[in-house]
Design a protein around this ligand. Structure first.
Ligand code: GLV
Ligand code: MN
Ligand code: MN
Length: 423
């Protein structure tokens, strides 16, 4: 396999998918919006062009299947998500879809059979942009779909279940998407690193050892709106300044975390119906808290929420918060990590093992299946969740070569069990 040319093919496919966006100035692909449907249509074509049997499931995942021709063979699932954050990057998620498609095309050309059936899943939703949902694509496959999210509404008041029906999808079919773990070999995901570690280490590839857990809250502060010119400062109940103090408390708590592994972000902050000459009556913001271990992360969350309530009481405003996501830290499956490290080392460099600070579909799939992840170096100082996210074709080609080496060894491996079941 000529790694540079397959790398060029992979980068070009990410560029092609990146032309669809909900907003013209960046890359924003929200679940079931126009751009999302266009990307799904392109992925169907890309998969069919690579000789895969293509289906779309009830939640909108696009699935390409390549049989090994052996009756009773188990399936190795690989993939990632094709939705994006607002103003995201072209490789986040999509790399883990187009890389295995390129490999499937290559295998068809050479006639090589893998020792398992291969399924490439383009997960329809992972980022939580439109419905504050996260893992809509992967959670049904491992029996973890939370049916209550079907009632959530987007910013325009559209219910998730209605958005699905409008797109020709079937909420009632979600329960039937669960896979029998006995028929699946495991889950493998390739993802751009989304940080600067590999760049600084001078390595193209990283083998992920564990994925940080995350918890998210949607918060609302309600104060009293008023005239910006007439209400004395001491008589105000300003929801905006109260929320601002809460966000600073979040930053202070996480910066001083004793484990030094907790990070906290308020990525959305909005004065609802705000105007220059109106004291904010309502402010909404989000909390995203993550940590390599769940204990320190949960302690930090409890402290932050307590601070928010104290600030609200002192300022005479109301603080409400709703948990929108809670995913525990996920170790990768040790036997798969070792096998992937050996595959990387077979290319001529020792494998760089590292934890993932970002969340991935692999953490959901890893709840029921053996799981491993390969990271690929992120250019441009490691910036991600940004249109400035980049990757070289040479690195993408290295990732394809390591993936193929890893796959070749998987069919004969002993029955692996998910890391969770080994604890
Ligand atoms: C997903 O990209 C996340 O880590 O938020
Ligand atoms: Mn992302
Ligand atoms: Mn991602």
């Amino acid at each position: 396999m000529e790694t540079l040319s397959i790398g060029q093919e992979i980068v070009a496919a990410c560029e092609r998918l990146g032309r669809h966006s909900d907003d013209p100035d960046g890359l924003t692909v929200a679940y079931l919006g126009a751009a999302h449907r266009a990307v799904a249509a392109d992925l169907k074509e890309e998969m069919a062009g690579a000789g895969l049997a293509v289906t779309v499931d009830a939640i909108g995942n696009v699935i390409g299947r390549r049989s090994c021709g052996r009756p009773g063979a188990r399936t190795l699932i690989t993939g990632s998500h094709f939705d994006t954050v607002r103003n995201g990057g072209r490789f986040d998620g999509r790399l883990g879809i187009v890389l295995p498609i390129a490999l499937a095309r290559h295998l068809n050309e050479t006639g090589e059979r893998l020792p398992f059936d291969l399924e490439i899943i383009a997960f329809a939703e992972e980022e939580g942009l439109r419905f504050a949902s996260t893992f809509l694509g992967s959670s049904p496959l491992v029996g973890q779909f939370d049916a209550s999210v079907l009632e959530r509404t987007d910013a325009a008041g559209v219910r998730l279940a209605d958005a699905m029906r409008d797109a020709g999808l079937d909420p009632a079919g979600i329960a039937g998407l669960r896979r029998d773990p006995g028929t699946v070999l495991g889950y493998y995901e390739v993802h751009i690193e989304q940080g600067p570690v590999l760049l600084a280490a001078g390595e193209a590839l990283g083998v992920v050892t564990s994925i940080a857990g995350g918890v998210r809250h949607s918060c609302r502060v309600t104060g009293s709106a008023g005239h910006a010119g007439t209400v004395p400062m001491r008589l105000r109940h300003d929801a905006g300044t109260a929320a601002a103090e809460m966000v600073l408390a979040l930053e202070e708590r996480c910066s001083a975390d004793p484990s030094a592994t907790v990070v906290g972000t308020a990525g959305r902050f909005e004065v609802v119906r705000g105007a220059t000459n109106v004291i904010p009556g309502e402010c909404q913001f989000t909390i995203d808290l993550r940590g390599a271990a769940d204990g320190p992360r949960d302690l930090a969350l409890a402290d932050v929420l307590r601070s928010c309530r104290e600030i609200a009481a002192r300022r005479g405003v109301l603080f409400e918060s709703e948990l929108t996501m809670n995913v525990p830290a996920t170790p990768c499956t040790p036997a798969w990590v070792d096998a992937l490290a050996a595959a990387v080392a077979s290319l001529g460099r020792p494998a760089h093992r590292m934890p993932s600070g970002a969340g991935h579909d692999a953490m959901m799939m890893g709840r029921a299946l053996p799981m491993a992840m390969l990271f690929v170096r992120c250019g441009n100082g490691g910036v991600s969740h940004s249109p400035h996210e980049t990757m070289t074709a040479a690195d993408a080609g290295q990732a394809a070569a390591a993936t193929l080496a890893f796959w070749r060894g998987r069919g004969t491996a002993a029955r692996d069990v998910p890391a969770k079941a080994q604890e």
